[in-house]
Design a protein. Structure first.
Length: 265
């Protein structure tokens, strides 16, 4: 009985009892358990090696190796200061003296000087009729001594010998002012044909005096444009009718006017 228990065949022997056991399937089934155990052991070994070996081969971070030997080197981190920012301060300009500063300010901001006897300029378009180029004998301007040496006789005379620019009652031309006289001169002037051919145009500055009797005298070109134009302007003003004279303290006086004329083609 006991002998039969030891002679019991396993499952593989029963399957391959009447078959060729030299065939590979029988050998595989017989070695299956040992092959499975061997593979498990090898797998565990390889897996453990992959995990453990990197930790074993890693060196400390602060270890520096020289020529195969290692030593610990202490590293001191110095506190570095950021670079200082340099600010460029431009040098101040040299001080200017007071006189040059006043001169510059006066040139830059000086308001235009207003002369009471000169009204705003108006462009005078002269009619073109004929050429007036005859020479003109201008009476020289009498400067006087400045002390009122001239003596005026007769009723209604004046104590003022030198012509004035501003008086209490300014002269009037046919009941109007200087603008009315300007329109009269505009209609009186004939633009010289020769000046038209030469395309001469611009502004002429003249002065004249209204005498105590209202007549016009001392017509003078202060700043001329061309002799052709200047002579026409002087001739027209000299032909002016009498004015109502200016008065100072109730007496007729001589009054000087500044008179600009524009000539445009």
């Amino acid at each position: 009985m006991k002998e039969n228990l030891f002679n019991i065949k396993d499952f593989d022997d029963l399957i391959f009892e009447f078959r060729n056991r030299d065939y590979g399937a029988y050998q595989l089934r017989k070695k299956y358990n040992s092959a499975l155990l061997t593979g498990l052991i090898i797998s565990l070994f390889i897996g453990s090696s992959l995990v453990i070996i990197p930790f074993i081969g890693r060196k400390p971070a602060d270890m520096i190796v020289y020529g195969g030997s290692s030593r610990y080197v202490s590293v001191n981190m110095d506190v570095l200061e950021p670079p200082k920012e340099e600010f460029y301060i431009p040098s101040a300009p040299p001080p200017r003296n007071h006189s040059s500063l006043e001169l510059e300010e006066s040139v830059r901001y000086a308001p235009p000087e207003v002369v009471d006897t000169i009204l705003p300029f108006e462009t005078t378009m002269a009619t073109i009729d004929q050429a007036l180029t005859e020479p003109l004998d201008d009476a020289p301007v009498s400067m006087g001594s400045g002390f009122g040496d001239d003596i005026f006789d007769g009723e209604g005379g004046s104590d003022f010998g030198e012509p004035l620019f501003i008086v209490e009652t300014m002269p009037s031309f046919r009941g109007g002012d200087l603008n009315k006289f300007r329109l009269w001169v505009q209609n009186k002037i004939n633009y010289p044909q020769e000046a038209i051919d030469k395309k001469i145009e611009g502004r002429v500055f003249l002065t004249f005096i209204i005498e105590t009797d209202g007549s016009v005298s001392n017509v003078t070109v202060v700043k001329g444009l061309d002799p052709l134009i200047d002579s026409v302007a002087v001739k027209a003003i000299k032909e002016s009718p009498r004015w109502s004279p200016g008065r100072q303290r109730g007496q007729p006086v001589r009054v000087r006017y500044s008179f600009p004329l524009n000539f445009a083609i």
